[in-house]
Design a protein around this ligand. Structure first.
Ligand code: CP
Length: 309
């Protein structure tokens, strides 16, 4: 089976059938990753460039590992060590790389829409590994895979995204995906970090009281405060943010029920989440990272079918 799309630019643009196909293919690759020999020859003649214009730990390593597990040939580009710092345009950089016969491009960029721009100008398959404050589709896919693995399914599950919704591409991709797959979605946090239009535009619940949000949900996906994307003061201090919106063990214990705790990383310990919650028994944060490899293998494998057509 193939995806109905040539690129993975965002969850907004793909169908529930495509999402289901990626998640079921990821389950097969997760099984491969449990074997003593974790490598399969599926992408043996495929060349992939990892084009990172913004820092990354999890996404970049996860894509690199997924590509190696699929036996693809890979090249890595980081802006800090490239000629982009000498003024070369994105399109020139990519066209130079493509002249070396590259089939697929995995791209993270600080500008929203950069992978969409690229997809209109080059023939290679593009996978968005996070663009500005727009989308982070493979993060949403691995989050969904992890929820499904923990709770059995997505339809009807109550998921709250907590914190800096305004600047979070993870939030937007999660909202699109969870709504398409029949989950109930809430966003929670301070009013200054939640866009006013979001409830009506995306048909999600909005809650400014953290305890009420946690009491409602099955799953809490706690988001990082993105100080690097904020150009104005949106809350008084990190200490006060932690007091009002930090997820603490005391708060979880007061709920009288177990909820699944997630975080896309990197974590600001002691700000949006306390260490004893991030490392506690309800947390599946490291399972999310583990599942990222299988999910990215699935995306690469399914899109390679189109890239080689
Ligand atoms: N979750 C995530 O995108 O982490 P990185 O920025 O480390 O890739």
């Amino acid at each position: 089976m193939q995806l109905s799309t040539k690129h993975l630019l965002g969850i907004k643009d793909i169908s529930p059938a495509d999402i289901s196909l990626i998640l079921s293919t990821a389950a097969q690759f997760k099984e491969v990753l449990q074997r003593p020999i974790k490598k399969v020859p599926s992408l043996r003649d495929v060349t992939i460039v990892n084009l990172f214009y913004e820092n990354s730990t999890r996404t970049r390593m996860s894509f690199e590992l997924a590509e190696k597990r699929l036996s693809a040939d890979t090249i890595n580009f980081a802006i800090s060590s490239s000629s982009a710092s000498k003024g070369e345009t994105l399109l020139d950089t990519v066209n130079n790389i493509l002249s070396m016969k590259v089939d697929m491009v995995v791209m993270r960029h600080y500008a929203s829409g950069a992978p969409h721009f690229l997809s209109r100008h080059i023939p290679a398959a593009i996978i968005n590994a996070g663009d500005g404050i727009n989308e982070h589709p493979t993060q949403a896919l691995l989050d969904a895979f992890s929820i499904q693995e923990k709770l059995g399914s997505l339809p009807g599950k109550k998921v709250v995204l907590i914190g800096d919704i305004m600047h979070s591409r993870v939030a937007l991709s999660n909202i699109h995906l969870l709504k398409k797959m029949g989950a109930e979605v809430m966003v929670a946090g301070p009013p200054t970090l939640i866009p006013k239009y979001i409830g009506e535009a995306f048909q999600v619940k909005v809650e400014y009281d953290l305890k009420k949000a946690l009491a409602w949900c099955d799953v809490a996906n706690v988001l990082r405060i993105q100080l690097e994307r904020q150009n104005q003061v949106l809350f008084s201090s990190l200490r006060e943010y932690n007091l009002a919106y930090g997820v603490s063990k005391k708060l979880l214990d007061s709920l009288g029920k177990d909820i699944v705790i997630m975080h896309p990383g990197p974590i600001n310990r002691g700000v949006e989440i306390d260490s004893d919650v991030a490392d506690g028994s309800q947390s599946i944060i490291l399972h999310q990272v583990e599942n990222g490899v299988a999910v990215r293998m699935a995306v690469l494998y399914l899109l390679a079918g189109h890239a080689l057509d």
